[in-house]
Design a protein around this ligand. Structure first.
Ligand SMILES: Nc1ncnc2c1ncn2[C@@H]1O[C@H](COP(=O)(O)OP(=O)(O)O)[C@@H](O)[C@H]1O
Ligand SMILES: [Mg+2]
Length: 262
């Protein structure tokens, strides 16, 4: 197994609060890995650190492409992290609500285009060709996530589960080799969650993208994940296969009162 994301000793302080304490985490190519833990454990902070939104207090973060190109991502801006092959969705939906479904995906894809501002203004044939390819590629992405019927609909008019899938499509449009999903099933009904489960599996199996998933729906986590990391109060308290995690006393204690055996 070869690593796609290697995080070591990641620490994040907010004033006096240590939100992350020396976290080591690896996602290998081909894997679906879950990051779980009670509310406030530091999961979203972890995503924000590795995607360049926060500047961590300490730690090392590396991306390694499927071709073996390694990049240290400490200090990179979010768009630079995306350009290096890691895309994400957010815990709270962040779509351009007044743009169409297609436009939302096109924006995600934009970071892969070569034409800069002059090209966009003067639109030589090469740029126009690039634009029509952008539309075609974006449409194909919508087909992959099953949203093509909404192509010209405003994002705000989509059912909730479809909005979540659109966020995934937009992230995928940046051509990542690793995809980070922050609570993708939150607020979904049973049917929507089932479709999400299938979509995540397809992204891994057919697109060859590895996935790091923050999720509270334990049934989804246990069925999808190859490995699971558990954090509590910023510390890693367990790591292992779903079977190992389910029976880990430290995990059961952290979730006391919550049903992890869903
Ligand atoms: N920007 C911030 N400033 C100060 N404290 C923060 C900030 N972001 C998160 N925290 C704190 O860090 C801890 C972890 O939060 P978070 O990563 O959102 O948890 P989780 O996603 O696991 O529910 C919480 O105590 C939260 O209040
Ligand atoms: Mg969170």
């Amino acid at each position: 197994m070869s690593p796609a994301l290697e995080v070591s000793n990641l620490t994040m302080d907010f004033g006096g609060l240590r939100a992350l304490d020396s976290i080591d985490l690896t996602v290998n190519h081909g894997e679906i890995v879950a990051l779980i833990g009670p509310n406030g454990a530091g999961k979203t902070t972890f995503f924000n650190c590795i995607t360049g939104i926060y500047n961590p207090t300490a730690g090392d973060m590396r991306l390694v492409s499927p071709e073996g190109k390694a990049v240290r991502i400490n200090g990179l801006k979010p768009n630079q992290v995306t350009e290096n092959g890691m895309a994400r969705t957010f815990q709270n939906i962040r779509l351009f609500q007044n743009m169409t479904v297609l436009e939302n995906v096109m924006i995600g894809r934009h970071c892969r285009l070569r034409a800069g501002i002059p090209g966009a203004v003067f639109r030589p044939p090469r740029v126009r060709k690039e634009e029509s390819r952008l539309i075609e590629d974006s449409y194909r992405m919508l087909q992959k996530v099953g949203l093509e019927k909404y192509v010209n609909e405003f994002a705000k008019n989509l059912p909730y589960g479809a909005q979540r899938r659109l966020e995934i499509a937009r992230a995928m449009a940046t051509e990542p080799f690793i995809l980070l999903l922050d609570e993708p099933a939150a607020g979904m009904n049973t049917q929507e969650t089932k479709e999400l489960d299938e979509l995540i599996l397809r992204i891994r199996n057919e697109e060859g993208i590895c996935i790091l998933l923050i999720e509270h729906d334990m049934k989804l986590v246990m069925s999808l994940s190859d490995r699971i990391y558990v954090v509590d109060y910023g510390r890693k308290i367990a790591e292992g296969t779903p079977g190992q995690i389910k029976n880990d006393p430290a995990v059961i204690k952290a979730y006391l009162g919550e049903d992890i055996d869903a």
